[in-house]
Unconditional design. Structure first.
Ligand SMILES: [Zn+2]
Ligand SMILES: [Zn+2]
Length: 700
């Protein structure tokens, strides 16, 4: 028996969970935890809602509610989604509760007493209009390195952590005015003191994933800087030192301590207050599951904090995943790219989602969520191979015997097939232990294939008439394979596995049985089986026709008269990374050439190309039709950025026809454009109509 601690990165309580979080940390953690529990190991798996930090206070200010209302809303939603997707924690808690805050304060004081926290005066952004300091997300500006959008302490484009000096053209997020620099005192964590110790600790971590180890080593070798761990805020964990009453502990510092506080809280909840020590102070392996953007916090900052505290176990492995993308783009709530758990659970069986994410897990490189591929994998693998094998075995047994038949007349073929199945079964376990989850689920599917081949070759439908004893033995062997298959898939598809278990006539839950359970099958009576999964039809796929459009911001760089038409212009536009495009547009009666130059407009770039009076148009600009007049739509983000509506992830087709485009009904609403009640926008702002118009004009 081993003790296994599993820490899963804390989902942020500022929005719904999306499939990226499921694939990146929740699902791998859950597969790992379920396997080890079945293996008979003592598992303590914890996480919770990360409820502090400026994105939450900004959302609250925007909505005119308290931060508590925001985090209560999302914590409840997260808990419900975890239940629906079968993610099993020993404790899923939250950072805003009293218990956590007290643990953080004690941890903080221990580091302070050990000399790893010290005060330092620094310059910080201060808004004179709002009369407050502007921590993290309260400042927006331009990133010094890539000229992308800097959101406080991080650049949205290049992902760099930013200092105040790295933010050009800073603006207060609340009132928009330019902040000044003002002196303030903060507490710093002496991260620089841990360079040598961390490198020493990493020496025997050659079993880590290459990307995680290399990233960590490079990060340390480029020099560790001390980090400010307090902020000028009211929402967060109070600083347990006098003179800092108006400051709070930095969200990242408090969230990682959550792994410890959630363990302690779990021990309290089960009525054995010291039980957590068995995982944190005695022999136990600590695994952390997270996506790659969280690597430094788990391989550098948290280990350094643990070293500074002393007496607590350090991470054993940090098998961070790469990203799950959506048509090649990173999931992003604000850009409308993604699939959210509360939406997808309404339409699809969570075990099918777990299956697809397991077989497509971003372990070594980014992988893409693709609806057609999801449909194909569920229908051709999960339904046609796995589900089909189990269903035909159980149906045959139920119809002909009513119970699992005894093994009466053997054949060496039976031993061979069981041997092959067991080899694959053992590989499932080994793969999960190494956090190679994709390999593990492939082995599960291999077992189903072997079962199908064995059944086909044995022809029980012939034997039932010619040799009943042999038929019983074949079906007994098939039932054993079904049993092994149920156990092997339990960590991946917990509900389906338990359903198979019950259909095999067992009364307990599969999750209480052991991984190394003897592979004999009991001669249980069985009920009429029902299919495990049903085929996914294309119309169930949750793609809105709008997602087919490839809409981009384009800047007009040249306008000429069309040589063969009075009302047409030939317009050259710059679409950023996409390149330049030539458009033929009928807007000459309403726009002069110099009015058009430099305007940022919205262009469909995947519309089927068409020759218009002899000149090929490589796209179409969007305008509204106002009493027969064309009025352009105006964008504000940089050239080449996507134009989208919130909540619909762009998944553009290579080419769409004009007829398809016409079916997508957009309407003007005030000065904006609406599609299904949501506004058309780019990364900076909503798309506006070139001049005030009334509601109801359709986009052409
Ligand atoms: Zn940048
Ligand atoms: Zn301000």
């Amino acid at each position: 028996m081993e003790r296994i601690f599993i820490g899963v990165a804390w989902p942020y309580a500022n929005g719904s969970l999306h499939l990226g979080t499921l694939a990146g940390c929740l699902l791998p953690g859950d597969i790992f935890g379920r396997y080890h529990r079945m293996k008979g190991n003592k598992v303590l798996m914890v996480s919770g809602s990360d409820e502090h930090g400026t994105p939450i206070t900004i959302t609250a200010e925007k909505e005119g509610v308290t931060p508590k209302e925001i985090v209560d809303r999302y914590h409840e939603e997260h808990k419900r989604n975890l239940e629906e997707f079968g993610i099993k924690f020993e404790n899923f808690t939250r950072t805003s509760n009293y218990f956590h805050k007290e643990v953080v304060k004690k941890f903080f004081l221990k580091l302070y007493d050990n000399g790893y926290i010290y005060p330092k005066k620094i310059q910080a952004f201060y808004c004179e209009h709002c009369q407050r300091f502007l921590p993290d997300r309260y400042v927006e500006g331009v990133c010094k390195y890539c000229h992308g959008k800097a959101r406080g302490d991080q650049c949205e484009e290049c992902g760099r952590t930013l200092d105040i000096n790295d933010i050009l053209e800073p603006k207060c997020k609340i009132c928009g005015s330019a902040p000044v620099l003002k002196e303030t005192e903060h507490l710093f964590f002496k991260l620089s003191a841990f360079e040598e110790k961390l490198l020493e600790w990493l020496k025997d971590k050659d079993y880590w994933r290459d990307n995680v180890l290399n990233f960590t080593l490079n990060f340390i070798k480029s020099g560790l800087k001390d980090r400010a761990i307090t902020r000028d805020l009211q929402w967060g964990v109070e600083v347990p030192l006098p003179g800092y009453e108006n400051k709070r502990i930095y969200v990242w510092f408090d969230a990682v301590i959550g792994y410890l506080s959630a363990s302690m809280e779990w021990a309290e909840k089960i009525g054995k207050a010291d039980e957590w020590k068995k995982w944190w102070m005695e022999d136990a392996k600590h695994y952390y599951f997270l996506a790659k953007d969280n690597i430094p916090f788990h391989t550098i900052i948290w280990p350094a904090m643990l070293m500074g505290h002393g007496g607590l176990n350090l991470p054993y492995d940090v098998p961070a995943n790469e990203y799950l993308t959506m048509s090649g783009e990173q999931f992003s709530k604000s850009r409308g790219v993604g699939i959210w758990l509360p939406d997808i659970v309404k339409k699809f069986d969570p075990d099918t989602i777990r299956y697809y994410l397991s077989i497509n897990m971003p372990e070594k490189r980014d992988t893409d969520w693709n609806w057609a591929d999801y449909q194909a994998k569920i229908n051709n693998e999960l339904v046609a191979v796995y589900g089909n094998f189990i269903h035909r075995v159980l149906t045959f047994i139920h119809k002909n015997f009513g119970e699992i038949p005894p093994y009466v007349k053997g054949d060496e073929k039976d031993e061979e097939v069981i041997k092959e199945v067991m080899e694959n079964f053992e590989e499932v376990g080994k793969s999960i232990e190494k956090c190679h989850f994709k390999e593990g689920i492939k082995r599960v599917m291999r077992i189903a294939q072997i079962g199908n081949q064995y059944m086909n070759a044995s022809e029980p439908w012939r034997l039932i008439k010619e040799d009943v004893d042999r038929c019983k033995s074949v079906m007994h062997t098939c039932a054993r394979i079904v049993k092994i298959l149920a156990i092997a898939s339990a960590p991946y598809m917990p509900r389906a596995a338990d359903k198979i278990w019950k259909m095999l006539g067992y009364k307990n839950s599969i999750h209480n049985c052991k991984w190394d359970e003897e592979i004999e099958i009991d001669e249980n009576k069985i009920e009429k089986p029902s299919p495990l999964f049903s085929k996914i039809e294309m119309e169930n796929i949750m793609e809105d026709p709008f997602s087919k459009l490839d809409l981009r911001v384009a800047r007009i760089i040249d306008v000429k008269d069309h040589p063969n038409a009075d009302k047409l212009y030939v317009i050259d536009v710059d679409v950023g990374e996409i390149g330049k495009r030539k458009l033929v547009a009928g807007i000459k009666p309403w726009y002069k050439k110099d009015e058009l130059l430099g305007k940022k407009i919205v262009v469909i770039i995947n519309l089927k190309k068409a020759k218009i009076r002899g000149i090929e148009s490589e796209g179409m600009l969007l305008a509204v039709d106002e009493n027969g007049k064309a009025v352009l739509l105006i964008a504000s983000a940089k050239e080449g950025s996507r134009v989208y509506v919130e909540g619909i992830q762009p998944n553009p087709e290579k080419e769409i026809s004009y007829e398809e485009f016409r079916k997508i009904k957009m309407l003007s609403k005030g000065n904006a454009i609406e599609y299904k009640g949501k506004l058309l926008r780019d990364d900076s702002d909503i798309i506006k109509i070139d001049r005030p118009v009334k509601d109801g004009y359709s986009v052409r």
